[in-house]
Design a protein around this ligand. Structure first.
Ligand code: COA
Length: 168
């Protein structure tokens, strides 16, 4: 039996096949998943918020219980306005743990109602990161298998236009 709505927040610059794998598995467990595109102040994004929301909506459209939106400001303030108090995050490797623990603890201190749940990323995706994908594409490489095709196309357009690819 499925229960509960969860918020799956991230900067998703870009949304990867690893993120998609979490959604595929979580959609079997939770009643509803709201993918919430937020801003990580330590990151400068390549894709605009609108581009990220629309690309994520496109690649998750086969999941009827998944919605996509963006939020401004603190996650804990955004979550106060939603129908859930639960955050879902993926955990790839040991080094993610410290950062995730810090974020979950800070969120809990700011809003006692908030609960954070973690899903372990499947091993074939544990080496993927959004910045790695951007680096590969900007140097003319292929990110096939790391991101959905439509997202790879958008990144190529932004990071490595045809003229540049011809030179490489
Ligand atoms: N598969 C593959 N990669 C994954 C993954 C998975 N299942 N899960 C995470 N990642 C990777 C991403 O590719 C990304 O790589 P990058 O660091 O190279 O960009 C990294 O892990 C995490 O990025 P992402 O999943 O996009 O989330 P984030 O950590 O950038 O998101 C926010 C952080 C937006 C949730 C957080 O900054 C936030 O809440 N911001 C709002 C302001 C706020 O409340 N701040 C206080 C927080 S305590």
């Amino acid at each position: 039996m499925k229960g509960k709505t969860v918020i799956y927040p991230g900067s998703f610059d870009p949304f990867t096949n690893g993120h998609l794998n979490i959604i595929a598995r979580a959609s079997e467990i939770f009643e509803k998943i709201i993918i919430s595109v937020g801003h990580n102040t330590s990151k400068k994004t390549t894709l605009s918020t609108e581009e990220r929301v629309s690309l994520i909506a496109e690649v998750t459209k086969s999941y009827p219980n998944v919605e996509v939106e963006s939020f401004e400001g603190l996650l804990v303030d955004y979550i106060r306005k939603k129908e859930t108090n639960t955050i879902l995050r993926g955990m790839r490797c040991h080094s993610d743990f410290e950062y995730e623990l810090q974020m979950a603890t800070a969120n809990k201190l700011m809003n006692e109602e908030v609960e954070t749940l973690f899903m372990v990323t499947e091993s074939q995706f544990s080496h993927i990161s959004s910045s790695l994908i951007k680096e590969i594409i900007s140097l003319g490489g292929s990110a096939k298998g790391f991101v959905p095709a439509v997202i790879e196309e958008k990144l190529i357009e932004k990071l490595c236009p045809a003229e540049e690819r011809r030179k490489q």
